[in-house]
Design a protein around this ligand. Structure first.
Ligand SMILES: Nc1ncnc2c1ncn2[C@@H]1O[C@H](COP(=O)(O)OP(=O)(O)OP(=O)(O)O)[C@@H](O)[C@H]1O
Length: 295
């Protein structure tokens, strides 16, 4: 049984008014494979924008364009009203954009607290490394970083794990830590790639509440297979099929759109009922270790 949508009231006035991501006519080809063909998507300030579609539709490719991991063969990207030739992963934090990727990507050799501090480096005057390794001139920065990281962990209810190493923690906790690391930089835009994978129903519910809470202070782009979550938390949804956009609208409009239902035929997602069966063809298996991905 689907839950009622979460509150989508008018954004509070303190929300960054220009935090709009506009991706226009984005095309991507991998060798001979066209992954995206003229896809446009705008994440409005303070909105949660869902990106859905059946397997192979191009969601991850579009997400990777948004976080600079894939360079589009054509198209335009504008962030806060300024056109960017392309987004580069190394620029994201400075631009006020944070992301979590599929999996968790935490550093196995750092504690949870240190992992989260990595995400805060744009706020450290003396640079993250000097702060992390407590070079004397950076003492104040390190203290500030630590406080910010502890605040982010508290928001994710993960303070108790601060001194633990990620590999010793259950996968859902690792995911919360990865989200804390993204939040600690106080981004204006948060990019989430399948944040619900590997979570239980209760954890997914909490994630939905959290995403709605976060949308009071940042815009969110959400790529997700769990239709319940998408329908509950998103203000708008873009649907891709075979690399092309087939629908954009509110959850209600998307649910009622026959083209969307048709695109999902043969998939195990019932869009109209906005429920998702677990144990789908997608792997929900939690990895046992951590990845050495960058922040
Ligand atoms: N690095 C790559 N090299 C070649 N083809 C790729 C690459 N990445 C994606 N593709 C192809 O591009 C298309 C879109 O893939 P993408 O992963 O973006 O879809 P998706 O909607 O995220 O799918 P899924 O839900 O299964 O993760 C698919 O046909 C895929 O096989």
């Amino acid at each position: 049984m689907a839950e009622a949508p979460l509150d989508r009231t008018t954004p509070p006035p303190d929300r960054a008014p220009t935090a709009r991501l506009e991706m226009t006519d984005i095309s991507v080809a991998f060798g001979g494979v066209t992954a995206l063909e003229a896809v446009s998507l705008t994440v409005e300030p303070g909105q949660v924008h869902g990106l859905i579609g059946p397997n192979g539709a191009g969601k991850t490719t579009m997400f990777n364009v948004a976080c600079g991991l894939v360079r589009p063969s054509s198209g335009r990207i504008a962030w806060k009203g300024s056109e960017l030739r392309r987004l580069r992963p190394a620029q994201l934090t400075r631009l006020g954009i944070a992301r979590t990727l599929q999996g968790v990507g935490l550093f196995a050799g750092m504690t949870v607290l240190e992992n989260v501090m990595v995400g805060a480096h744009r706020h450290a005057r003396s640079g993250f490394l000097s702060a992390l390794f407590a070079i004397p001139t950076a003492d104040k920065d390190e203290e500030r970083l630590r406080e910010r990281a502890m605040t982010a962990l508290a928001e994710l209810d993960a303070t108790a794990y601060a001194e633990r190493y990620p590999g010793s923690l259950p996968y859902p906790v690792q995911k919360r830590v990865a989200l804390a690391r993204a939040l600690v930089a106080e981004p204006d835009l948060l990019l989430l790639d399948e944040p619900a994978s590997g979570l239980s129903e209760d954890e997914m519910h909490e994630l939905g509440e959290l995403i709605r809470t976060l949308s009071a202070r940042m815009s969110v782009l959400l790529v997700e297979h769990h239709m319940d979550l998408v329908m509950r938390v998103c203000d708008r949804i873009t649907v891709l099929d075979s690399g092309k956009p087939i629908a954009v609208g509110t959850p209600e409009e998307i649910r009622a759109n026959p083209a969307v239902t048709e695109a999902y035929l043969g998939d195990d997602v019932d869009v109209a009922a906005h429920t998702t069966e677990f144990g789908s063809t997608r792997s929900e298996t939690a990895p046992t270790g951590t990845e050495g991905a960058s922040a």
